[in-house]
Write a protein that binds this ligand. Structure first.
Ligand code: GRF
Length: 205
């Protein structure tokens, strides 16, 4: 069975969409473990309610060693794919080397717009609204040494209206995130994704 680890920091609505899509059979994989860098994340609750093993590796407690600790856990659990879903810590070191092209992230904009350091949560949508863009959306990408810089797997767009607030836009984008991330996991778990430098080839394109 294809095993995934989901890394979270907060509410875990993307985790919930993965859980729901595993339950429906859309994704044929097992959520082997949920790891949160925030002991208080509601996503831990979501995992436990669905009988999924969940642990907290507090970023304050582990600091620079967080990525190494995560590596230990995912190797022990023999995980195939790591999914960062609303995860705020930056991964680095051996974890990125040993899981090259096996860590994916969901970001709430059309990368390369509105991404990188400090661009998370509502900040992303505030930047998009302030810039006056007419289209925004979400991106699922592979995680590399940079921040939101890895090869792009799936993007989904949404319209942005002049009267939108950041909160309204966030809600509209989140709906697309909940489609894009399970789709990406499905494609990867079925070995339908090939990476060639910056290009990602899937059955969709
Ligand atoms: C989402 O906008 C996601 O794109 C970003 O974190 C936000 C919260 O995600 N990475 P979740 O509700 O905790 O899954």
């Amino acid at each position: 069975m294809y095993k995934i680890a989901v890394l979270i920091s907060g509410g875990g609505t993307n985790l919930q969409s993965i859980i729901d899509n595993v339950k429906s059979g859309f994704i044929n994989c097992k959520i082997e473990i949920v790891i949160s860098d925030n002991e208080k994340a509601y996503g831990i609750e979501r995992a436990r309610e669905n009988h999924i093993y969940a642990i907290a590796l507090g970023k304050k407690q582990y600091g620079d060693k967080l990525s190494d600790e995560i590596l230990k856990v995912v190797e022990e659990k023999d995980v195939d794919l790591i999914v960062t879903a609303g995860f705020l810590s930056i991964l680095k070191g051996d974890l990125l080397k040993k899981f090259k092209d096996r860590i994916i992230n969901i970001h709430p904009s059309l990368i390369p717009s509105f991404c990188g350091k400090g661009m998370y949560g509502l900040n992303v949508h505030k930047a998009a609204i302030n810039y006056g863009v007419k289209v925004s959306g979400c991106t699922v990408h592979f995680v590399d040494e940079g921040t939101d810089t890895g090869p792009i797997i799936i993007q989904k767009s949404v319209p942005v209206f002049a009267e939108d607030t950041a909160e309204i836009l966030q809600k509209r984008v989140l709906e697309k995130e909940h489609e894009a991330l399970p789709e990406a996991i499905k494609l990867i778990s079925e070995n339908k994704v090939k990476v060639q430098e910056r290009k990602v080839f899937t059955e969709n394109n």
